[in-house]
Design a protein around this ligand. Structure first.
Ligand code: BTN
Length: 245
């Protein structure tokens, strides 16, 4: 596998897309010490100061339908949660669909972007941002109440290399299980086991709609099953979910 390492770049996802368009093979990894224009979900930005976090993207070329891209996010969340748990012992949670949580605060976000045509996936970029060795004051004031780092949990700096290595190791195992054996069960079971969403009341914002519901289960497709206020079961594909406890 080819690994690109940048001191500073606007966004590892953006460069990954460019490399994928130019034909970079599956498994190509892009890592940066610092990002100046990192992107989050829903048009947000992502704070990525120098040397303190894991800012990386993977280029994947799975033979799946575009509809299945959510599964890749779930596989990634499972791999990241297991890796952080193994290396640090921190009590991690997964907030569906793509946040890793420690002490109810966000420690990692995943941004999955896809290029597809004629119902065929051309490439998928999985961007992973993990706050590793940041102190609370390294975060902009407005996100301090909702953001945390691995260092805050462990009490000292943690090797980013160890975490990256473990993530790639776990991801490869779960991803191959899916693309080679069509088996996503292991990943979904990890997502369920670590879920901080399931069993709780959630508020789901999707475009202009906002609903309050009970999170019941995750489907084999990586979607969230909810019971709405009328007692009806619905599937949620994606969106912004806040857990209300
Ligand atoms: C989120 O909104 O929770 C997703 C955040 C994803 C951030 C990562 S950092 C590496 C990669 N490059 C980007 O520009 N974004 C992702």
């Amino acid at each position: 596998n080819k690994i690109y390492h940048f001191e500073s770049i606007d966004s590892t996802n953006t460069i990954a897309k460019k490399l994928a368009t130019e034909g970079a093979i599956e498994g190509t990894i892009i890592i940066a010490e610092e990002q100046s224009g990192a992107r989050g979900r829903l048009g947000r930005n992502w704070v990525s100061p120098n040397g303190t976090g894991i800012w990386m993207s993977m280029i994947l070329r799975p033979n799946i339908e575009p509809m299945e891209a959510t599964k890749i996010t779930q596989i990634t969340a499972a791999a990241v949660a297991l890796a952080i748990k193994k290396v640090t012992g921190c009590d991690v949670g997964i907030k569906w669909p793509n946040d890793i949580i420690i002490n109810k605060k966000k420690v990692c976000g995943i941004l999955t972007e896809m290029s597809a045509e004629l119902n065929c996936v051309n490439y998928i970029i999985v961007g992973i941002g993990i706050n590793v060795n940041m102190n609370l004051l390294d975060f902009p004031e407005e996100i301090r109440p909702i953001a945390t780092s691995i260092k805050s949990c462990v009490g000292e700096s943690v090797s980013r290399k160890k975490i990256v290595t473990e993530i790639l190791h776990k991801f490869e195992e779960l991803y191959l299980d899916f693309v080679v054996h069509k088996n996503i069960e292991k990943s979904m079971n990890i997502c369920k086991k670590y879920s901080v969403t399931l069993g709780n009341q959630v508020k789901i914002k999707n475009r202009n709609k906002e609903i309050i519901a009970q999170a019941i289960d995750l489907t084999e497709d990586g979607q969230l099953l909810i019971k709405n206020e009328l007692g009806e079961i619905e599937k949620v594909l994606s969106g912004e979910v806040s857990v209300r406890g």
